[in-house]
Design a protein around this ligand. Structure first.
Ligand code: MG
Length: 161
C-alpha cells in the first residue's frame, strides 16, 4: 500500500497522586494518574497530532482547546474519532501508526496488546498496522523521576482515489 503523507506528534502530561492513568483508552493500575483538562491520554494526544500533522491540519490545541469546557474530562478516544473524520474530510486514510511511550513506571508490557487493539479499532486499522512501544527514561529527568509520562507518535496516510 502506498503512502502519501507522514506526520509526527508528541505530548507530555504530568503525573500526580490519585486520578486515573489512561493510555490508548485503557485504564492502567497505578498509584499516580495523568493530569490534564481531558482524560490526559498522552498516547492518543500524540497520535492525534501525528494524524493532523500528516494531513496538514492545525494541531490538537487548536482543534480541541483546553480552555473549552466541552472538552473537560472528555474521553480522548472521542477526540481521536473526530480527528479521523477531519483527515477523512481532507481525503486521507491512515495506513499505519507507530508510537513510543516514555514512562518510568508502571511497567506497560502487559497492556501493550490491548492498547494496540483499541487504537486500531478506533482508526479502523488492522492491529498489525498499529504499534506501541514503551520504554523508561533510564531514571533521568522529569520522566525518569516519575513526574510525567510522554509519548511520541508517527502516522502515515494515503490519499483516497
Ligand atoms: Mg495532551
Amino acid at each position: 500500500m502506498s503512502i502519501d503523507r507522514i506526520g509526527q506528534g508528541y505530548d507530555l502530561h504530568r503525573l500526580g497522586p490519585g486520578g486515573r492513568l489512561i493510555l490508548a483508552g485503557i485504564q492502567i493500575p497505578s498509584d499516580k494518574g495523568l493530569i490534564g483538562h481531558s482524560d490526559a491520554d498522552v498516547l492518543f494526544h500524540a497520535v492525534i497530532d501525528a494524524l493532523l500533522g500528516a494531513a496538514g491540519l492545525p494541531d490538537i490545541g487548536q482543534q480541541f482547546p483546553d480552555t473549552d469546557p466541552a472538552y473537560k474530562g472528555i474521553d480522548s478516544g472521542q477526540l481521536l474519532q473526530r480527528t479521523l473524520a477531519l483527515i477523512n474530510e481532507q481525503g486521507y486514510t491512515p495506513v499505519n501508526v507507530d508510537a513510543t511511550i516514555l514512562a518510568e513506571r508502571p511497567k506497560l508490557q502487559d497492556y501493550k496488546r490491548k492498547m494496540r487493539e483499541n487504537l486500531a479499532k478506533l482508526l479502523h486499522l488492522d492491529v498489525n498496522a498499529v504499534n506501541i512501544k514503551a520504554k523508561t527514561n533510564e531514571g533521568l529527568g522529569e520522566i525518569g523521576s516519575g513526574q510525567a509520562i510522554a509519548c511520541q507518535a508517527v502516522a502515515a496516510l494515503r490519499k483516497n482515489q
